[in-house]
Design a protein around this ligand. Structure first.
Ligand code: GLV
Length: 318
């Protein structure tokens, strides 16, 4: 397999790259920042496989730059909105993602955000670090408790289901919206989107970013949320962040938490100035175990395809 040449566009978790370097020629961008576009296109030239991240746009220009020898694009993410799947399929380039291995870590982080927003942990921490005077008081930094608070989940895939399981442990009644009801969700009610929004006191946005979900929670849909609701988003591009900041300004919402940002690494300025918003830098899958599992799965996909076998987790255009 030594004849194969693989581009890896980002520094991987400890120990992961070795499995590839022992069997292929590897060009690795050993850096925690994305490859500049020009460097990416130049480095893609002549590769049989590319391991990409969500920051690398894999479009017709990229595929032209890579050339006809490219067999697989292994995305180091469960999402694939950086990849033009139709353009890849048209050139017989296989695309894979890393589902399953990041479900628990991402659902855990979602619960952390939900608790942080509901119990005002960011505000409290900033208060103490600023040295501002404080004292325990019956009305100091009062939040919302999870027990008994209706949770709405927009997007009941693997991660949505894992969030629902965790939420049951907090005694939250769970509803969800998905393209269609899922038969095995006995404890969670399927609702049409608008009904979910108007009944969710805490809404978690965990659907993938697709042409159908891009901008779905715009200004008018956000007004459906009950007054005092909390919105937590772990998907970029679904929530209109400007409209969200305006809803918080009007005190229509109690709080929000955002992990994936629409124009990463930019954070919506309207959200940065909000005390009631918890902001995290795309940390859903950020544990050593999960990042190693994601890297290993991406490499397993590459090694399988280069050995003439089926990929493990292929994604195709809808
Ligand atoms: C998001 O972080 C993903 O893995 O798609």
């Amino acid at each position: 397999m030594m004849a194969h040449s693989v581009l890896v566009t980002r520094r991987l978790a400890p120990g992961v790259l070795d499995r590839l370097t022992s069997s292929c020629e590897v060009i690795a961008h050993d850096n925690d920042l994305p490859m500049p576009r020009g460097d990416l296109l130049a480095a893609a030239c002549g590769r049989t496989a590319v391991l990409t991240t969500l920051d690398d746009a894999v479009d017709a220009e990229f595929l032209d730059a890579a050339g006809p020898g490219l067999r697989i694009v292994a995305n180091h993410a469960v999402g694939a909105h950086n990849i033009n799947l139709t353009a890849c399929a048209a050139r017989d380039v296989i695309v894979t993602n890393t589902p399953g291995v990041l479900t628990s870590a991402t659902a855990d982080l979602t619960m952390a955000l939900l608790l942080a927003a509901a119990r005002r942990l960011g505000e409290g921490e900033r208060w103490l670090r600023s040295g501002r005077k404080w004292a325990w008081a019956p009305n100091f930094l009062l939040g919302v408790e999870l027990s008994g608070t209706p949770l709405g989940i927009l997007g009941m895939g693997r991660i949505g289901k894992a969030i629902a399981r965790r939420a049951r442990g907090f005694d939250m009644p769970v509803s969800y919206h998905n393209r269609r009801p899922i038969p095995d969700q006995l404890d969670a009610r399927w609702l049409p989107l608008d009904e979910l929004l108007s009944s969710a006191h805490i809404l978690v946005v965990s659907c993938p970013l697709t042409d159908q979900t891009r901008g779905l929670l715009d200004a008018s849909r956000l007004t459906l949320l009950p007054t005092g609701a909390i919105l937590v988003s772990i998907t970029a591009g679904v929530v209109d962040e400007v409209a969200l900041a305006e809803a918080l300004d009007r005190e229509a919402l109690f709080a929000a938490a955002i992990d994936n940002h629409t124009n990463e690494p930019e954070v919506a300025p309207g959200l940065l100035r909000q005390e009631r918003v918890v902001l995290s830098p795309h940390l859903g899958s950020a544990t050593v175990r999960t990042r190693q599992a994601m890297g290993n799965l991406a490499i397993d996909n590459i090694l399988a395809v280069l050995a003439g076998k089926d990929p493990l987790t292929e994604i195709k255009p809808k």
